[in-house]
Design a protein around this ligand. Structure first.
Ligand code: AGP
Length: 605
């Protein structure tokens, strides 16, 4: 959610800090700031504007330094304001940035106030800055190590001290932090992406680690206080994702990248096989009796589609749960369950906690479907499949979703193979279909002008209803989520059959009703639901396929996809809904890539 960058070097590192923030800005953009150490003073610049404004201020003040920390914030405690922006200072001696949430901040604040500390912000972060200060006696590393012992909750922090030149100390628990290694310089960041272009030599810190970086070395101490070695790896950081190219927004770029992202994800895969999910997968897949999918938001909707594929193709009972619900409810664990976590980032706090909860219940066969190879989820699961969507910058997930679907379809076919639930020729035919997806998605992208015309009408509305059935009900959910997240139009999705059980009361001529109506076995049922809407004066926007009897007429707008795409049809219909949401938000003049109140990766609970 928030982003951290820090550096200790023998050159001016301010440009590295600013560039790092630029790369992380899509994750949290309520405010940003830097603090650098210059001639035994700490200088700080903060803004509630964007990184570009911070950069202008830095240039205006001609700030150059060889040591510093920087932060881009997604507000949890305290409104987005300059006062609440990081870095937090304690008595001009300590500067600190923080990702995460400190749960015992109230108790710590009371104690620190009793020691005479004055709080200037409403943040939980300021508590850590004063706590470190209260423990500082000339050795920042020891002070931070002692301070984090008193913290409850999740944190990744980076700290500099006025009196300790060329030194940054970091610590993590529950939020990621990495160390970047350069020549006579070291860096610290909440994600290796922040350091792309500076270094690809990365050491990942573990839970409870405290680390110190100096220009020529770094050291790490684990949660027990023992000195440990964290291996430096060469990581492939996708820099291309950061370039906007000819597109107006990252979301638009990412929608149009989907044919490439799908092709990359499926590259080299001739036929489904358990081995695609890891060495141990054949043994596990032969053993599992059910599947439990855990995810949040769009990734959860991918799980809802997958459940239907898994039951239809592999005949394996499948449950899909919202991670934040599962982690706190009593459930009945079964060790022969394949626990699948789906996540673009692999760092979503609720999904990670749900995974750990599932494991703590003895469900140890775990698989991550994830877009980030170095993420916590990939590190903590026994099996994994990496989608190759490339960096997704737009807060609204698009290419991550469709590549997750491709991966999950492969999973269903692989389990079908192991469980012998499909004839070989059906598997071959389904694989052919899957490999053709990039081209089929390109054909949907060509419908953009028609969806722009719909968007122009949507931009005048306050509410919208999305309907779908079967495999396309999750697509209606995803379409509604996309629309509300970037256009701020209130949107709800229902299984079309539920319409008459309540939501029909909302239908008037002011309520556009988007209906996902592919040419499948449920089409006639959906047509009856559409008739119910028209009878109440509701305006229909129907996404259907070629050769259906759904026709444009008074109050019925139709966009037609090419021939029905069978079980993979959701992957195509969702692309049309992404375009509808995108163009509605653009028409309304919204900041599409950084919608209000949201952040890309939700790494706090
Ligand atoms: C989708 O557009 C969202 N911004 C959001 O729902 C997202 O899918 C969710 O936060 C899960 O993220 P993850 O895939 O990185 O775990």
């Amino acid at each position: 959610m928030c982003g951290i960058v820090g550096a200790a070097a023998k050159r001016d590192i301010v440009p590295v800090l600013v560039e790092g923030l630029r790369r992380l800005e899509y994750r949290g953009y309520d405010s940003c700031g830097v603090a650098v150490q210059i001639n035994n003073t700490l200088q700080r610049v903060r803004t509630v504007s964007r990184v570009a404004d911070l950069d202008t201020q830095i240039q205006t003040h001609a700030i150059h330094a060889d040591t510093g920390i920087a932060h881009t914030r997604w507000a949890t405690h305290g409104a987005p304001s300059t006062r609440n922006a990081h870095p937090m200072l304690s008595r001009e001696q300590i500067a600190l940035v923080h990702n995460g949430i400190i749960e015992n901040h109230d108790a710590l604040r009371v104690r620190l106030q009793a020691l005479g500390y004055v709080f200037e912000s409403q943040t939980d972060t300021e508590v850590i800055a004063h706590l470190v200060h209260s423990l500082y006696a000339g050795d920042l590393f020891s002070a931070v190590a002692a301070a984090v012992k008193q913290l409850e909750g999740a944190y990744a922090i980076a700290v500099v001290a006025r009196d300790q030149p060329q030194c940054v100390v970091g610590a993590r628990a529950g939020s990621p932090l990495v160390i970047g290694v350069g020549l006579h310089e070291h860096f610290i960041a909440s994600d290796a992406l922040a350091l792309a272009g500076t270094t690809n030599q990365i050491a990942y810190l573990d839970e409870g680690d405290v680390a110190e970086i100096l220009p020529d070395q770094f050291r790490v101490q684990n949660a027990h206080g023992d000195a440990v070695v964290r291996t430096v790896q060469t990581v492939r950081v996708d820099e291309s994702g950061a370039a906007l190219g000819p597109y107006r927004h990252y979301m638009q770029k990412e929608i149009f990248e989907q044919p490439r992202a799908l092709a990359d994800t499926l590259e080299g895969i001739e036929s489904p096989a358990p081995e695609l999910f890891g060495e141990q997968a054949p043994a596990y897949f032969a053993r599992v009796k059910q599947v439990l999918v855990l995810a949040c938001g769009t990734s959860y909707y991918a799980g809802l589609v997958a459940a239907q594929w898994l039951e239809t193709l592999a005949k394996i009972p499948t449950r899909v749960e919202i991670a934040s619900e599962y982690r706190y409810r009593e459930s009945v664990p079964d060790p022969d369950t394949l626990v699948v976590v789906i996540s673009q980032s692999g760092e979503t706090a609720d999904t990670l906690a749900a995974l750990r909860h599932a494991r703590s219940l003895g469900q140890t066969i775990t698989l991550a479907i994830c877009n980030v190879a170095s993420s916590a989820m990939v590190r903590e699961t026994q099996l994994r499949f990496l989608t190759r969507a490339g960096a997704e910058i737009g807060v609204a997930s698009t290419k991550a979703f469709t590549t997750q679907l491709a991966a999950l379809f492969l999973l269903a076919l692989s389990l079908a193979k192991v469980r012998n639930t499909l004839p070989e020729q059906t598997i071959v035919a389904q694989m052919r279909h899957l490999r053709h997806l990039p081209r089929a998605v390109s054909a949907v992208l060509a419908l953009e002008p028609q969806l722009m015309a719909w968007a122009a009408r949507f931009a005048t509305r306050q509410h919208a209803l999305f309907l779908g059935r079967g495999l396309h009900y999750p697509i209606a959910l995803e379409g509604a989520l996309k629309l509300k997240e970037i256009s701020y139009i209130h949107a709800e999705a229902y299984p079309a059959g539920e319409l008459k059980h309540g939501p029909l009361a909302l239908v008037t001529d002011a309520m556009p009703v988007v209906t996902v109506a592919p040419n499948d076995a449920l089409l006639e049922k959906v047509r009856s639901n559409m008739a119910e809407v028209r009878a109440r004066g509701g305006e229909l926007y129907v996404l259907t396929d070629a050769h259906t009897q759904v026709l444009t007429e008074e109050g019925v707008h139709v966009v037609r996809l090419a021939a029905h795409y069978g079980l993979l049809s959701p992957v195509l219909h969702v692309v049309a809904l992404q375009l509808l949401a995108y163009h509605t938000a653009v028409t309304l003049g919204h900041d599409v890539d950084k919608p209000r109140n949201l952040a890309k990766s939700v790494t706090v609970e």
